[in-house]
Design a protein around this ligand. Sequence first.
Ligand SMILES: NC(=O)c1ccc[n+]([C@@H]2O[C@H](COP(=O)([O-])OP(=O)(O)OC[C@H]3O[C@@H](n4cnc5c(N)ncnc54)[C@H](O)[C@@H]3O)[C@@H](O)[C@H]2O)c1
Ligand SMILES: [Zn+2]
Ligand SMILES: [Zn+2]
Length: 342
Amino acid sequence: MKALVKQHAEPGLWLVDVPEPEPGPGDVLIRVLRTGICGTDLHIRSWDTWARGAVSTPRVLGHEFAGEVAALGPDVEDIAVGDLVSGEGHLVCGRCRNCLAGRRHLCRSTIGLGVGRDGAFAEYVVLPAGNVWVHRTPVDLDIAAIFDPFGNAVHTALSFPLVGEDVLITGAGPIGIMAAAVARHAGARHVAITDVSDARLEIARKAGADLTLNVSEHPVAEAQRRLGLKEGFDIGLEMSGRPEALREMVGNMTHGGRIALLGLPAEEFAVDWSRIVTSMITIKGIYGREMFETWYAMTVLLEAGLDLSPVITGTYGYRDHQAAFDEAATARSGKIILDWTG
Ligand SMILES: NC(=O)c1ccc[n+]([C@@H]2O[C@H](COP(=O)([O-])OP(=O)(O)OC[C@H]3O[C@@H](n4cnc5c(N)ncnc54)[C@H](O)[C@@H]3O)[C@@H](O)[C@H]2O)c1
Ligand SMILES: [Zn+2]
Ligand SMILES: [Zn+2]
């Protein structure tokens, strides 16, 4: 089968023939239909410091996908050949304290699909049945392909109650944009989102943000002023990984405000901890999705009319992976989809 592989320990990706994976006991073989390109895949393509430490070659990339069940290994129940599925890309150990307690998203030995084991940028992928989410209600294929980052957005946005609250999102990448759509849909009073890219802020506006602010031109306090806030934002969702974004967020929260951190900073940095203490701010780190509460929430949000279509801004056949990755790397686009059916 064809697969997009990190073949050599150097920048680049290679579309090559690899053996089709076989489902063992408890496994599901999935024919991949669509995949989403993630920042993680861009890191692996450019072979930066993180990628060199996290990935050994050869490795099939990709963790955001939708596909059709092609075959089942022994001992798989409740999944049928032909089901439309997405995959939870965090494979957990099942044996640590959190796994045994049913808190699988807190597993201390998580392995990432397309990072620590072969992924979904291929015509077929194998996953343990416990990582397979069957779409039992109709869902657009492209949206099904981005359930993984959609789940990051939902997990973060619904970390704290936001009905009637004023929400600040820093970073209008695909996940920040989806978080804005979720916060709007879930009943926030105001949803403000910041970025340094006008193109991305425009996508966020289409997805439902009430106020967009380019922080290369204005401080976040300007967003407060325009919304008529008097005491600061109630909820902060940090989705840029940038030190200055978190610092600005902390400086614009109300007393008792709550911040969920999804953005992954490249290195350590300083923030005003005394402000966090005296403003009594709660900070919560978010990694991945809750298995499978977040997945349930995603499905029902879509059923209830959440529209994510603005976030998808490009679709390419898998053979055009280079152009697709280049567009994703511009940091001006929304989600870029690869179609594996052509
Ligand atoms: N914790 C997790 O499980 C998890 C999972 C996926 C992604 N992530 C991280 O979440 C973040 C969002 O993911 P994404 O795919 O949307 O990333 P992305 O890189 O596409 O988006 C980040 C956005 O932040 C913007 N930005 C840069 N400086 C800014 C500033 N000062 N203020 C506001 N915005 C600024 C960038 O222009 C970009 O649009 C990334 O940091 C990513 O590494 C974390
Ligand atoms: Zn991803
Ligand atoms: Zn575990």
